[in-house]
Design a protein around this ligand. Sequence first.
Ligand code: MG
Length: 263
Amino acid sequence: MKRSALLFFAISGVLLHGAEKKAPQPNPIGYSDTPPIYPGSPWKVHDIDRPRPGAVKPGDKPGAAPADAIALFDGKSTAALVGKNGAPCPWKIENGELIVEGGDVWSKESFASCQFHIEWKSDPKTAGNSQKKGNSGVFFMDRYEIQILDCDNNLTYADGMAGAVYGQTPPLVNAVRSAGEWQTYDILFTAPRLEAGKVVEPAYVTILVNGIVVQNHTKLLGPTLNRRATTWDGTFADKAPFRFQDHKNSIPDRFRNIWVRPL
Ligand code: MG
């Protein structure tokens, strides 16, 4: 054999060997020979048969509603909201923003555990101080207020600050932007667990204000009360509407982009 032919076979051998080594191996998409995740678990570790979660298309930018969210206010309509005793929503829309004026409003639909998003801003020129400055709030299940307040250079009691569970738990930090700027709240709410209408496990809430954690799985002590301690005594509905507070600021707060995902 000529020297060139030998060289050809030698190089081919190296290439083939290399190709053989690099042949793509299918990656396992699960296992059936692993132990249960815990004794008695229906699923093994990395179980190939465990149902995979479905897809949800995220919003087109941070804060935008995911495809499966229920819009409570989308900038165009107040159709998902009502006023007192089911009256038409008294709040007006201006430039796609909801003006917080005319009394409290409620969601038409009732909710329990959920993921919730809202954007709000207070007017820097609104008069007053402490709780009389940019005050509003989101009541989960019509009962548990997460405080909205202008906390930009505005001293008030700790459990009444923006991101507080009102009257119960102050935010971990004051995470508000300057008055007049849009603020975002992203909230995970776990409804209380009931047996025959009685609370057997309290509600919990996790809150991010402008992307900053201010409540981390905070246990609620009961429905929101003003200047009184609360308890879980009494009976409760398993679902209830959101309530949005009009606290009668001299210049109303504004809301936009309110959505919820039941969990
Ligand atoms: Mg309030």
